[in-house]
Design a protein around this ligand. Structure first.
Ligand SMILES: C[S@@+](CC[C@H](N)C(=O)[O-])C[C@H]1O[C@@H](n2cnc3c(N)ncnc32)[C@H](O)[C@@H]1O
Length: 311
């Protein structure tokens, strides 16, 4: 007789989410909440082209269906791809009459950086009297304007793709919220020479697996249902000084998802766990957790974090 061994709760496992999901106990996860690679070229996703990224997300969503408990939820936080390269797109002939040249040079930024080794881009910007995106441009040469030195880019919406992949897997779109963070200039390379807005908000898509869902608003603190539980727009500042991980959740984001959608002791999964924010929120809210990440550093980061959370 063969026995199947499933992954143990309250641990972070290193590996590919798609493979590890196959070893999660069926119908055991009350909420899986995660933020995947966004196809924006961050260091942990630089190897992924659009086709690879689509395969990663659609396969991960597909592998979730067996493990979510009936009546449970899959929550996905994602942004649209604001600089989606499209070589076939006609060139934008940007004739910018409103741009003002900032006189700060790269050498001035480097000198200020050497004189103040601990300064981040915001502190350097305050010191030199310019914006943090000028600091970025001078240091990283990302002065890519309207397609002069890079392929043309356009906006690509992600929510519809994810809705389709989730529907193909058997889920239903139950709700969607907008997370308003703060303006992120670095991902808006075109901003200085176009009419496009900066990167300022992300989607939170909530999918449901058919089954009985207990609706218990008493889990929220008094006032929370009115303040944010019933609201479609969540204002939560993003994590800015991000030494631990490039794209950390603000703890309030998973905390809201967990308290709204799960009961104490329920199992919460994050299959792109990064620095472990969802898992730490699960522990704080007296839920069980399970986390996966390709990067072995995540396991180490999480161990440090959980020690801090428990203490
Ligand atoms: C957007 S970050 C998640 C950040 C996390 N929410 C936090 O608060 O720190 C995405 C994470 O997915 C991981 N990742 C990328 N591809 C993966 C895969 N195939 N399986 C598991 N993890 C993966 C990356 O290493 C990265 O840590």
């Amino acid at each position: 007789m063969t026995t199947t061994s499933f992954l143990s709760p309250n641990r972070i496992y290193q590996g590919d989410a798609r493979k590890l999901l196959a070893s999660v106990q069926p119908d055991s996860v009350a909420l899986s909440f995660w933020s995947p690679p966004y196809c924006l070229g961050k260091s942990y996703e630089a190897h992924l082209g659009f086709a690879d990224w689509s395969a990663l997300l659609s396969e991960t969503i597909q592998s979730h269906y067996p493990v979510i408990k009936p009546g449970g939820f899959l929550g996905i936080n994602i942004a649209d791809i604001l600089a989606f390269e499209d070589a076939a797109m006609p060139r934008i002939q940007a004739d910018n009459i409103s741009a003002k040249k900032v006189k700060i040079t790269r050498d001035e930024v480097l000198t200020a950086q050497q004189a103040n080794p601990g300064f981040d881009k915001y502190q350097l910007a305050a010191l030199l009297g310019c914006s943090e995106q000028t600091i970025d441009r001078r240091l990283k040469h990302n002065n890519v304007r309207g397609g002069k030195s890079a392929p043309q880019t356009r906006v690509k919406l992600t929510a519809g793709l994810i809705e389709q992949w989730a529907a193909d897997a058997g889920f239903y779109l139950y709700d969607r919220r907008i997370w308003v963070k703060d303006p992120c200039w670095e991902n808006s390379r075109w901003h200085s020479l176009s009419y496009r807005s900066v990167d300022e908000w992300e989607h939170v898509l909530i999918f449901w697996k058919p089954g009985i869902t207990v609706v218990n608003r008493q889990r929220l603190e008094p006032g929370e249902w009115a303040e944010w539980g019933s609201r479609g727009v969540w204002h939560i500042p993003s994590v800015r000084s991000n030494n631990a991980h490039e794209s950390q959740f603000p703890p309030e984001l998973p905390r809201r998802m967990i308290t709204l959608l799960t009961e104490p002791h329920d199992l919460v999964l994050d299959c792109f766990v990064g620095s472990g924010t969802t898992a730490a929120a699960a522990v704080s809210e007296n839920r069980q957790f399970l986390g996966f990440d390709l990067n072995p550093e995540s396991v180490k980061l999480f161990e440090q974090r959980i020690t801090a959370t428990l203490s």
